[in-house]
Design a protein around this ligand. Structure first.
Ligand SMILES: [Mg+2]
Length: 290
């Protein structure tokens, strides 16, 4: 059973040269219990291995310098307009199901998409122009008539997102520990092009035996078939796999529904419910597997 060292202070978790934590106590010595040990690990990407939402918000705030307004006022204007537009277009239900966010719609190319999602390519340019221009109007910038500024805002945001995402604290340690368990799969919701780019920028892509992306599969977490697709790809029974992720609804409830066990990265949030099949860790570096 996976467990976490949740009492370890977060600010000390990555200190170099620290004595490794003692190994977890084995569940038991019998073959029956040993047979319950996890044999494969599925890992979420966004806000599990890389910082995603906070990074996206920071990059939106960074574009405020082009507009000359308070970055937080600007972030609020951009995000509120992005959400409104993203959840009202003709493919919004598919995007919601596949877990593709409004701010991903501001920079993804949507190349390599499943046919269910592919038509979104035809509407993102209009979507982006609408978001940036409406946000400009909302903060009282008459330059909304200046199409060059709208284009510059969009280009700047896309370039900053494509430049890379910070690794989550302890992410590499988590992946190394997962590999010590058995084969590992990345199981992530998002557009294929941005998820594959983010993974490649972690320099850990070669460590994964399988990569499952909702935008490619045409199904998203928490659909149990997503988890079963991953365990089949790894060649393990789904009840021998454990899912690690930060979304209770998509990662944890989905994994449990699929018959897996799970580790929830709480980032300090209280668990919505208690479940013996779920271990909780505050961050990636605190997850250990017995
Ligand atoms: Mg996540």
């Amino acid at each position: 059973m996976p467990r976490s060292r949740s009492r370890r202070p977060a600010e000390r978790r990555s200190a170099p040269g620290r004595t490794p934590a003692p190994r977890a106590t084995p569940l038991a010595g019998t073959n029956v219990e040993r047979d319950r040990d996890p044999k494969a690990v599925l890992l979420d990407l966004d806000d599990t291995l890389v910082l995603e939402e906070s990074h996206a918000m920071a990059q939106i705030r960074a574009t405020a310098r082009l507009v000359g307004v308070d970055p937080y006022v600007w972030e609020k204007a951009v995000i509120s307009n992005a959400r409104g537009a993203w959840h009202s277009h003709e493919l919004s239900d598919v995007c919601r199901e596949l877990g593709i966010s409004s701010w991903e719609g501001l920079w993804a190319t949507f190349e390599g998409c499943h046919p269910r999602l592919a038509p979104v390519k035809d509407l993102v340019e209009t979507y982006r122009a609408r978001v940036w221009s409406t946000a400009l109007r909302e903060v009282g910038q008459e330059s909304v008539r200046d199409g060059d500024l709208v284009q510059e805002l969009s280009r700047t945001y896309v370039a900053s997102q494509r430049a890379g995402h910070p690794l989550a604290p302890g992410a590499r340690l988590l992946v190394e520990r997962a590999r010590a368990v058995g084969p590992i799969a990345l199981v992530t919701n998002g557009p294929p092009d941005v998820q594959r780019l983010k993974l490649s920028q972690t320099a850990m892509a070669e460590m994964f035996d399988a990569v499952v992306i909702s935008g490619e599969l045409g199904l998203g977490k928490p659909d149990p078939e997503v988890f079963h697709h991953a365990t089949r790809s790894l060649g393990v029974a789904h009840d021998r796999a454990v899912m690690v992720g930060d979304s209770w609804e998509r990662d944890i409830e989905g994994a449990l529904e699929a018959g897996l066990r799970a580790v929830w990265l709480s980032h300090g949030r209280p668990a919505p419910k208690s479940d013996a099949r779920v271990a909780t860790a505050r961050s990636a570096g605190e997850v250990v597997f017995d």
